[in-house]
Each structure stands twice: as C-alpha cells, then as structure tokens.
Design a protein around this ligand. Structure first.
Ligand SMILES: [Zn+2]
Ligand SMILES: [Zn+2]
Length: 258
C-alpha cells in the first residue's frame, strides 16, 4: 500500500516527462551542489589545517633542539647564522645561535605556520636534508647506502626521531611544534645517518634550554632563570644579532695561562 503510493509518487515527476534537453536545469543544479560541496570540503580542510598550524606566528618565539649524528658521532650544534646562506638580505626568523637549538621567531608569513619546517632551517643555513641525503655544517655529505666506516662499513641511511621516537618520512617537512608555548613539549629532533640496525641516539637530556618557555624576557628567563645563551629576548628581527654579546663566555673566564 505504502509501497504503491511511494512508487507512484516517485514515478509522477518522471511522468510529467520533459524531453532530455529540458533537463539541463537539473544537471546545472546538481553540478552546482556538487561544486559547492567540494568547495566546502576544500575550504574546511584548508581552514582546519591553517588553524591547527598557524603557529608559529610572528609573535611567537620558541625552540627545538637539533642533534645530528653521522655514523655514531654527533657532529656538534649547527653554527650560528643570522643571514640566509644564499641571500644575505634575508634575516631568517628560524635560525641558529650555535647553542644546539633551532630558534623560531618568524619574521614574516614565509616563516609562520606550516612554513616553519626543519627544511626551512636547513635551507637558511645553507645545508640540505632529505630522506636520502644530508649536507651538513661540518662539511660532510652523505647519501643513503654510503658506508659508515666507523661501523664496519655498514651502509647508512638518513633517519630521524622526534622526542625520542623514530619517525618515518622526510624530516625536512616536519613543522616545528610550538611546544611549551602551546602547553606541549618542545620538539627534540635527532637526525642520524646510521645503518638500519643501529639505535638512534637519544635527544639531549634535560635540563636543557629546550625546556625553557618560549617567552624570553630580558634578564633571567625560563625555568630556573636560565637564559638561553645568545638569544636576544625581544625577538625583534634586526636587533636579534647579539648572541656572542649576551651569551656566557666560558673561555674568557679561564685564568690566563702561565
Ligand atoms: Zn630563541
Ligand atoms: Zn634568535
């Protein structure tokens, strides 16, 4: 009964039968609905992406630790740089003060949100990092399959960990987390060129400057009042140039040699 009336109901519009070409408003309407639907999906997707990743903003200032191990040897912290390696006119807001940290206080939208990646840091420094190879501040260049002489010639490969956990994919694409500024932990990044059966070295032990809060106020900053060596607290681009001046100078405190 209900079936019949339903069938009738459905049939009725068709029965009013227009010729095919008069159906174009329908196709147009459906096409519009689909287009709007797809548009909404795209908008909401990019909207949520950018909402989730809008930090770091130009008002942020936070840190990630970076350690690089080649065949079992830590090559030491990336040297300080305040200019992009390939363009001295660029004063990068994602940079190094030579303290083993990536300092992240973006100066422009080219460095905010999803743009604040490990790859950007390497680009600015004049180095390269990918899933396949590394070109580093100690002058070394390694590619997957190159032998690790220090490890009986076993072939190494580019690997990386985040906060002590090995990750897959290209570390260059990793967006630096806003960490403590967002109530989370700061990124501790270890990049290694090691054979697959070797364990990745752990990130630096706390206490470490990476545990400092992102807001660096003049004078004592962060946990226990430990200043971040060499970082100018204002986060102001052109004035952020005084690492050596404000940093501790252990060498100078050594008594003169007799
Ligand atoms: Zn800093
Ligand atoms: Zn800085």
């Amino acid at each position: 009964m209900g079936r019949a009336s339903r069938a009738k109901k459905y049939r009725a519009p068709r029965g009013t039968g227009t010729h095919g070409r008069k159906n174009w408003p329908w196709f147009l309407a459906i096409g519009l609905i689909v287009a709007v639907g797809v548009g909404l999906i795209v908008v909401s997707k990019t909207g949520s992406d950018s909402a989730a990743s809008e930090r770091p903003t130009v008002d942020d200032h936070f840190h990630a630790s970076i350690n690089v191990d080649i065949c079992g040897t830590d090559i030491g912290p990336p040297p300080e740089f305040e200019q992009a390696a390939d363009n001295p006119a660029i004063v990068p807001g994602v940079h190094s003060h030579g303290d083993g940290l990536i300092h992240i206080h973006p100066h422009s939208t080219a460095e905010t949100g999803d743009n604040a990646t490990v790859g950007l840091f390497f680009d600015y420094g004049g180095w390269t990092v990918s899933e396949d190879s590394l070109t580093l501040w100690d002058g070394s260049t390694v590619s997957n399959g190159d032998p690790c002489e220090a490890l009986d010639g076993a072939p190494g490969e580019v690997r990386w960990s985040l906060n002590g956990e090995e990750q897959s994919g290209n570390v260059a694409d990793h967006v630096l987390a806003c960490g403590l500024a967002c109530g989370d932990e700061n990124d501790q990044i270890v990049i290694a060129f090691l054979p697959e059966d070797e364990e990745l070295p752990p990130p630096p032990e706390p206490p470490d400057p990476v545990d400092l809060p992102t807001e660096e106020t003049p004078g004592a900053t962060g946990v226990g009042g430990v200043p971040v060596p060499g970082d100018v607290p204002t986060g102001d681009a052109p004035t952020d140039t005084g690492p050596a001046a404000t940093g501790p100078a252990p060498e100078s405190s050594v008594p003169p040699a007799s």
